[in-house]
Write a protein that binds this ligand. Structure first.
Ligand code: AMP
Length: 176
């Protein structure tokens, strides 16, 4: 990763206090998405540690994870798998439920989207408490595939999400 990619990405991320609820500082990535050079460099920086690691599939977490997982899958010549909120996928699904701060949530994947032997990189925009990424790891394992890493644009390190992903490399471009 070139030395200043993280700084240039950070410069395009907007903090929105008290969104969507009081007390949360939302990391708004839309200015970064609108900057062609920074967006391209961010994708390259996300992909770099995993090139040559035989990733067969990129698992995209709904919804902002889709924005990063799609170009990463193309960059790695890997398949793209969608992890979606309940009821959105049309075919038979495998589901995991997990606890967030104030509520429970679930993610689903199509049962035939991964198989034993597949090596899966899990992708989202932000790693916060790690609950969502840890649920994605369980989804991959439920289908008999192997999680090989978690890749996000932004890690909120002060929330300690990595501790919920103890056995996996976690890569981020920007950390707070
Ligand atoms: P967590 O499960 O706590 O790691 O939360 C990660 C998920 O929530 C990701 O899908 C993010 O899109 C979203 N998220 C959590 N905190 C923030 C934040 N401060 N700004 C933007 N998105 C966030």
């Amino acid at each position: 990763m070139s030395a200043n990619v993280g700084q240039r990405v950070a410069a395009t991320i907007r903090d929105v206090p008290d969104f969507p609820v009081a007390g949360v500082v939302f990391k708004d990535i839309t200015p970064m998405l609108g900057d062609a050079t920074v967006f391209r460099d961010a994708i390259e920086a996300m992909a770099e540690p995993f090139l040559g690691t035989s990733v067969t599939h990129v698992l995209a977490i709904e919804s902002r994870g889709f924005l990063f997982a799609s170009p990463l899958a193309l960059a790695m010549t890997a398949g793209l798998v969608l992890a979606r909120k309940p009821g959105r996928l049309p075919w038979k699904t495998s589901r995991v439920s997990y606890d967030l701060e104030y509520r429970a949530d679930s993610l689903e994947v199509h049962v035939d989207s991964l198989s034993p032997g597949d090596r899966v990189l899990i992708v989202d925009d932000v790693l916060a408490t790690g609950g969502t990424a840890a649920a994605a790891v369980r989804l991959v394992e439920q289908l008999g595939a192997t999680p090989v890493g978690v890749c996000v644009l932004i890690e909120l390190s002060f929330l300690g999400g990595r501790a919920r992903l103890p056995d996996l490399p976690v890569h981020r471009v920007v950390s707070y």
